[in-house]
Design a protein around this ligand. Structure first.
Ligand code: SF4
Ligand code: SF4
Length: 345
C-alpha cells in the first residue's frame, strides 16, 4: 500500500513523487512538424548530476522513471543512466522515435519495462512527411526486431498522434500494430496550443495549425471513423490492445472540433502535478509537460522544489479546473486514489 501517494490525490502538498519524466537530451534525429527539438541544449545534466537526482528521487518514493526528450537513445551515456535507476529498482519506460532501436536495443533492452515507439503514419509516405525524414522503414525494422527478441514481460507499444494528415489511417494503424505484433497501440491529439515540445526555444519548425487541425468536414469524417472502429475492433478495445476507449478517442475529435470552432473543449481530469514531475535535460522542473518550470535542480533539490508555494498553487488550480492551460490540454494523467493506494504507476 502506498499511503503517501494516496494522500497526494487529496492534497496540494506531495509526500512522494512516484512518476518522473526525464528528458535525458533535447537533441533529436527527426524533424517532426509539431516539435522543435533538434540540437541538444548546452549544459545538459551530467551523469553525476543524474546520479544525485536519482538518489533524491528514490528517497522520495520514485516508482517509475520515463525517459523522454528529444530522442533518449541519442544520449551517449544513456546505458549508464538506465543502470543508475535500475540500481534503485524502479520501473523504466523508454519513449522513442524508434530510429535507433535496431542498433541499440540489444545493449539496453534489460532496463525497460515498456518501450513506446512513436509512429505518425500507418503508411511510410504519411509518417515520413509528418516526421520530416524518411524513417518509417528503419523504425519498422527496429520494431520487428524488438518484438522478436523481447522478454515476455516487456511491453512494446506504438503511440500515434492523430491529426489532419493521418486520421483516415486510424484503422490501418490498428491493423499495422496487430501485424507487427506489438502489445498495444495508443493515440493522442497533436498539441497546437502550447509552447511545449521545444517550441518555447523558438527553433526548428513552428507548428502550422491549418496543416494539423482537421476542418469541420474532416472532424465529421473522423467521428464516423471512430464510430465504425467501435464495432470493427470490439475485442481490441476490450482487451486494451487499443489503450483508449472509444469515448476517449472521441475526445481527440472534440479537441479538434473545439479548435475549428464546432464544439467546446472536452473537460480534462488530470492529476499529473500530484503524481509526477517533468525534468528537462538542463534540470528545469515542470509540474507536467505543459506547465511552466518551477525551478531548477541545480539550484534546489527536487524534494524542496516539488513543494514550492508556486506548485502548490498550481495543484490547487488544476484540481478545481481553474487552470487555463488544462482546458485545452491534449495529454492527461489521472492516477485515482485507489490506484495510488495500490501503487499502480
Ligand atoms: S516529436 Fe519526438 S521525434 Fe519528433 S522531433 Fe520532437 S523529440 Fe524528435
Ligand atoms: S491537464 Fe495538461 S496542462 Fe493540466 S496538469 Fe494535466 S498535463 Fe498539465
Amino acid at each position: 500500500m502506498n499511503i503517501k501517494a494516496f494522500l497526494n490525490t487529496f492534497s496540494n502538498t506531495v509526500r512522494t513523487l512516484p512518476i518522473v519524466i526525464i528528458y535525458v537530451t533535447e537533441g533529436c534525429n527527426l524533424k517532426c512538424l509539431t516539435c522543435s527539438y533538434r540540437d541538444a541544449m548546452p549544459g545538459e545534466l551530467t551523469l553525476n548530476e543524474i546520479k544525485k537526482l536519482a538518489g533524491e528521487l528514490a528517497g522520495f518514493g520514485l516508482k517509475h522513471i520515463v525517459y523522454s526528450g528529444g530522442e533518449p537513445l541519442l544520449r551517449r551515456d544513456f546505458k549508464e543512466i538506465c543502470g543508475v535507476f535500475k540500481s534503485y529498482g524502479v520501473k523504466q519506460t523508454l519513449l522513442t522515435n524508434g530510429l535507433l532501436l535496431e542498433k541499440k536495443y540489444e545493449t539496453l533492452s534489460e532496463y525497460f519495462h515498456e518501450i513506446v515507439i512513436s509512429l505518425d503514419g500507418a503508411k511510410a509516405e504519411t509518417h515520413n512527411r509528418i516526421r520530416g525524414l524518411n524513417s518509417f522503414d528503419l523504425i519498422l525494422k527496429g520494431m520487428e526486431k524488438v518484438v522478436k527478441q523481447k522478454d515476455k514481460s516487456q511491453v512494446i507499444s506504438i503511440r500515434s498522434v492523430l491529426q489532419k494528415q493521418n486520421f483516415r489511417e486510424l484503422p490501418d494503424f490498428i491493423e499495422m500494430a496487430k501485424s507487427v505484433n506489438v502489445n498495444r497501440i495508443s493515440f493522442l491529439a497533436a498539441d497546437v496550443t502550447s509552447d511545449a515540445f521545444g517550441r518555447e526555444h523558438g527553433v526548428g519548425t513552428a507548428v502550422q495549425d491549418s496543416n494539423i487541425v482537421p476542418d469541420k468536414n474532416e472532424t465529421a469524417e473522423f467521428r464516423q471513423i471512430i464510430k465504425e472502429l467501435t464495432g470493427d475492433y470490439k475485442e481490441e478495445f476490450e482487451n486494451r490492445f487499443i489503450s483508449e476507449s472509444p469515448q476517449k478517442l472521441m475526445k481527440i475529435v472534440e479537441y479538434y472540433e473545439a479548435l475549428n470552432g464546432s464544439n467546446k473543449f472536452p473537460v480534462n481530469y488530470c492529476n499529473a502535478p500530484m503524481m509526477s514531475a517533468v525534468i528537462t535535460s538542463t534540470g528545469n522542473v515542470h509540474p507536467c509537460y505543459f506547465l511552466p518550470s518551477i525551478g531548477n535542480i541545480r539550484r534546489n533539490p527536487i524534494t524542496e522544489l516539488i513543494n514550492f508555494p508556486s506548485i502548490k498553487e498550481t495543484r490547487k488550480k488544476v484540481k478545481s479546473f481553474e487552470m487555463e492551460r488544462c482546458k485545452t490540454c491534449v495529454c492527461t494523467l489521472n492516477v485515482n486514489a485507489r490506484a495510488a493506494l495500490a501503487g499502480r504507476f
